[in-house]
Design a protein around this ligand. Structure first.
Ligand code: PMP
Length: 400
């Protein structure tokens, strides 16, 4: 039956892990995966998550179905975390929100909703580069994907002029996808004043802002600071949509906990949007998984656990930031040719090193160090034990 099915290419990120696994070297490092690792290189279960799970077991939680849009307490708390308790759409009861299968599922529901109901455009503009999965998921949902400039290779920073020009040049009413914080893969974010300019341009052009926030708290260690763009756009009256993921900031990768929300004009509009979200979700997966949503709800809804969690996110973010500083210092000490300031200034889990595909190949071959060929590294994979080895290998690869 499947004689005409062509062989597809492997996933570029998961392919890195395959090669890493096959390498027998004791020094090998996998910088490809976007999952946090502790100071010893191990996966990390947050203490607040462990406590919440114990509470759930003790309470004898059942395994009944959730409603189509998920756990109500989770949705309320997720919205408050992103928008702030005092946010006008929340207070006025005009935020339509549903639980989703993590951030990817949120994006998929959002794209399907836009494909069905957004009247102005079926074109979504994403930054160049963007998280690889944005493109196929938008296309599979029936949207056309176009790009706006984002990254400037020569400065290893933001091409703000190019970004503004491209967003301005997009036909009125276009969908503009924005990474709310900790842009993946570059680690380069607009500043607060640049966000303000972007809000103005998007408003003038009547574009639709589509925020993907997969790293709230993980970028700076401060959940409010990381939500700046989203909250500012809402204050400015944008009827945006927002995708949230709890994979990184709560370390709940495999639990698949996320949310997608739409700021609506009023309660009546919210009710109509809610009804269509249910109609999209029901034939897709019926209803979301319960366990992770309960964990998030238990943490965000309890003052003590919430505060514990805030300090745990900050610790994860700070460890990553300290690795940035150490890597920068080492590269400079080793007289590595080039400018390495971006390693320190980039934000979040990833760094776009500026290494060329040839240098990436050489690092794999000579030093058993694995990363995607675009030179993106997960800073979370670095620790006190491997950072000197890594810096030396990079320095040698750059020196040629
Ligand atoms: N958006 C971005 C920008 C991401 O980097 C990721 C995770 N790599 C996601 C969304 C979604 O991840 P998940 O489905 O695991 O929440």
């Amino acid at each position: 039956a499947w004689a005409n099915v062509p062989q597809g290419p492997p996933d570029p990120i998961l392919g890195v892990t395959e090669k890493f696994k096959a390498d027998p070297s004791p020094n090998k490092i996998n910088l490809g995966v976007g999952a946090y690792r502790d100071g010893k290189g191990n996966p990390f279960v947050l203490p607040s998550v462990k406590k919440a799970e114990k509470q759930l077991v003790r309470a004898g939680a059942n395994h009944e179905y959730l409603p189509i849009t998920g756990l109500a307490s989770f949705n309320k708390l997720a919205a408050e975390l992103a928008y702030g308790k005092d946010s006008a759409p929340l207070k006025e009861g005009r935020l339509a929100i549903t639980q989703s299968i993590s951030g990817t599922g949120a994006l998929r529901i959002a794209a399907a909703f836009l494909g069905r109901f957004y009247p102005e455009s079926k074109t979504i503009y994403v930054p160049t580069p963007t998280w690889g999965n944005h493109i196929p998921l938008a296309k599979d949902s029936g949207l056309e994907v176009k790009h706006y400039k984002y990254f400037d290779k020569s400065t290893v920073g933001l091409d703000f002029e190019g970004m503004k020009a491209d967003i301005e040049a997009a036909p009125e009413g276009s969908i503009i996808m924005l990474h709310a914080c900790a842009h993946n893969p570059t680690g380069v974010d607009p500043t607060e004043s640049q966000w303000k300019e972007l809000s103005e341009i998007i408003k003038q052009k009547k574009h639709f802002p589509f925020f993907d926030m997969a790293y709230q708290g993980f970028a700076s260690g401060d959940i409010v600071k990381d939500a700046f763009a989203v909250r500012y756009f809402v204050e400015q009256g944008h009827q945006l949509l927002l995708c949230q993921s709890f994979a990184k900031n709560l370390g709940l990768y495999g639990e698949r906990v996320g949310a997608v929300s739409f700021v609506c004009a009023d309660k009546e509009e919210k009710a109509r949007v809610d009804s269509q979200l249910k109609i999209i979700i029901r034939p897709m997966y019926s209803n979301p998984p319960i366990h992770g949503a309960r964990i998030v709800s238990a943490i965000l809804g309890d003052e003590k656990l919430y505060n514990d969690w805030l300090s745990e996110v900050k610790k994860m973010a700070d460890r990553i930031i300290s690795m940035r500083e150490k890597l920068y210092t080492n590269l400079v000490k080793l007289n590595t040719p080039g400018e390495w300031g971006h390693i320190k200034s980039q934000i979040g889990m990833f760094s776009f090193t500026g290494l060329t595909p040839e240098q990436v190949d050489k690092l794999a071959e000579k030093a058993s160090i694995y990363m995607t060929r675009d030179g993106r590294i997960s800073m979370a994979a670095l620790n006190k034990k491997n950072i000197d080895y890594f810096a030396k290998a990079v320095s040698q690869a750059v020196k040629g």
